[in-house]
Write a protein that binds this ligand. Structure first.
Ligand SMILES: NC(=O)c1ccc[n+]([C@@H]2O[C@H](COP(=O)([O-])OP(=O)(O)OC[C@H]3O[C@@H](n4cnc5c(N)ncnc54)[C@H](OP(=O)(O)O)[C@@H]3O)[C@@H](O)[C@H]2O)c1
Length: 310
């Protein structure tokens, strides 16, 4: 039995399709099973919440592999970014150790350092440390920006391009990314799980800060697409892929920060974007080895331009 968290998310949905096609028995830890759509009849459901660590114990019963994708980039009523990413992952690793799980797969993020300026990436660094220090065999993935046509970020950009005469970009928009398609990320995870019966691969540690050096019990793969694009270039590409042209206008970061904090105070969880989310686009997410780690798993990531048909 494989326990999947985040099955209703961008990567989780793609991975679940692959697991179902391979006939893998899957249990999904979800807050709301309806969000699984038609997949909910094909899987076991464990009701749970990252904000409710006791719910992990039941979910882990009889589980050999955990794929922990669930994460939050904004605060939720039940928990903060730090609790939902950092503390929840630490508690999930503990639950996995107690339940005798054999393989813990965790989705971290490129740029996750304990001194990062963003709350999300600092919490991910804490989470990653807990996974790397665990006694369970582990595989950590650290992707750059993950996207898919129709996802929330691209949809927000497309809506803005539809409604506005110019495209506002937070700050100078010079942070760089190697966007990777969610389907390519799912292929990489599926390959790592499929390799379960094989001897553990050589730990891939090059370019990794000491705090995240994998042990002999683990592997760490950085997942990047083949194009290196600034935030501005990504916005431009998405707008052009939608058949539009818009001038990009930089909005000073303090203005964006104050504006989005105000929107969040007024609209709470219904806010279309938060400062914590926008700030993530001001931090570069670059893999020094480029696409090499994905290729080591047999995946050749596609360019964002090709996926979006730009
Ligand atoms: N997208 C990126 O650019 C990117 C970049 C680097 C790393 N990553 C990492 O990759 C992983 C997958 O990302 P993604 O883009 O697929 O995420 P996503 O689309 O934002 O989905 C998040 C998932 O987490 C679940 N979740 C959120 N809060 C939860 C809670 N309190 N309890 C239980 N489940 C909860 C969501 O379930 P609901 O349906 O209930 O909301 C959803 O299934 C994450 O760990 C993310 O940090 C993503």
């Amino acid at each position: 039995m494989l326990l999947l968290t985040g099955a209703t998310g961008l990567v989780g949905r793609s991975l679940l399709r692959r697991l179902a096609a391979a006939g893998e028995p899957v249990r999904c830890l979800v807050r709301d099973p309806r969000r699984l759509g038609s997949d909910r009849v094909r899987v076991q459901i464990a009701l749970g919440d990252l904000a409710d660590p006791p719910s992990f114990r039941n979910a882990m019963r009889g589980v050999r592999t955990v794929v922990h994708l669930a994460a939050a980039i904004r605060d939720q009523p039940a928990g903060s970014i730090e609790e939902l990413n950092g503390i929840a992952t630490w508690r999930m690793v503990q639950a996995a150790e107690r339940a005798g799980v054999e393989h813990f797969v965790f989705m971290s993020s490129l740029g996750a350092f304990s001194h990062d300026r963003t709350r999300h990436l600092r919490a991910k660094a804490l989470a990653e440390r807990a996974v790397l220090a665990s006694d369970v065999r582990h595989t950590v993935f650290a992707p750059s920006l993950v996207y898919a046509p129709g996802d929330m970020f691209l949809t927000l950009l497309e809506r803005m391009a539809l409604l506005l005469p110019v495209m506002p970009v937070s700050g100078r928009g010079q942070a760089v990314f190697q966007p990777i398609w969610a389907e390519d990320v799912a292929d990489a995870i599926a390959a790592a799980i499929g390799a379960e019966a094989q001897p553990a691969a050589e730990p891939r540690a090059g370019g990794v800060a000491d705090e995240r050096r994998p042990s002999e019990r683990g592997e760490r793969y950085e997942l990047a697409g083949p194009q290196t694009l600034t935030h501005r270039e990504i916005v431009d590409l998405v707008v052009r892929a939608g058949g539009r042209t818009r001038r990009l206008v930089s909005v000073p970061t303090p203005l964006v920060s104050r504006g989005l904090r105000l929107v969040e105070t007024i609209m709470q969880s219904r806010a279309p974007a938060t400062w914590d989310e926008a700030e993530l686009l001001e931090v570069s997410m670059i893999a020094p080895r480029g696409t090499a780690d994905a290729e080591a798993l047999g995946v050749t990531p596609r360019t964002m331009a090709a996926v979006l048909g730009a």
